[in-house]
Design a protein around this ligand. Structure first.
Ligand code: TMP
Length: 202
């Protein structure tokens, strides 16, 4: 049997990644695979409580990083590793790339601090594949404007999201074989078509 894979979905808020995640996981299930869907911050009872705080409570940028990685450690130990060990594939709506993009790119937290936490929390665990839903910030913001309420991140200005997007692009350049970049500005149908291509390549 092939080793269970760890797949993550990333992108700026409004890119539409969460809309496609369930369909993507179902497509894998149709191949007879066991698939667990999870998310960050969150994925465990403690992680979901931290999510509530992270999305709503103003805090220092480095407190934000530490809480993201605290939630992540719990998620990895309680959910991700046990699932992979029993042969279940894991599809996570965000993982550490989001910390490099949002806290590193968006908030300007030094890369060295993020790398230190990454080594501490999951030196030996990296996603096998990351789907980056890439979209011009203007279009993503238009999509967000349909939401009734916006969380602390969604309320950030366009320049914040430009830095987040640029940081994601740098991550892809550094390690292109791990990423599939999806053009998320396209129609739902066309995005789905791109995802089908990704599924075929797994
Ligand atoms: P979501 O809206 O995609 O569920 O993600 C929640 C927010 O958390 C999103 O605005 C991005 C942010 N986030 C970070 O800033 N750093 C992280 O490490 C993670 C996992 C999420």
């Amino acid at each position: 049997m092939n080793k269970a894979k760890f797949i993550t979905f990333e992108g700026v808020d409004g890119a539409g990644k969460s809309t496609h995640l369930a369909w993507f996981a179902d497509t894998l299930r149709q191949r007879g695979l066991e698939v667990l869907i999870t998310r960050e911050p969150g994925g465990t009872p403690l992680g979901e409580r931290l999510r509530e705080i992270l999305l709503n409570q103003p805090m220092h940028a480095e407190t934000e990083v530490l809480l993201m990685f605290a939630a992540r450690l719990e998620h990895i130990e309680q959910v991700i590793r046990p699932a992979l060990q029993r042969g279940t594939w894991v599809v996570s709506d965000r993982f550490s790339d989001a910390s490099f993009a949002y806290q590193g790119g968006g908030r300007g937290v030094p890369l060295a601090k993020l790398e230190l936490l990454e080594r501490w929390v999951h030196e030996d665990l990296q996603p096998d594949l990351t789907l980056l839903f890439d979209i011009p910030v203007e279009i993503a913001r238009q999509r967000l404007s349909n939401n009734i309420t916006l969380d602390r991140f969604e309320q950030e200005q366009a320049d914040f999201f430009e830095r987040v997007r640029a940081a994601y692009h740098r991550r892809v350049q550094q390690n292109p074989q791990r990423y599939a970049v999806i053009d998320a500005a396209q129609s739902l149908e066309k995005v789905k078509y791109q995802l089908e291509e990704v599924v075929l390549s797994i």
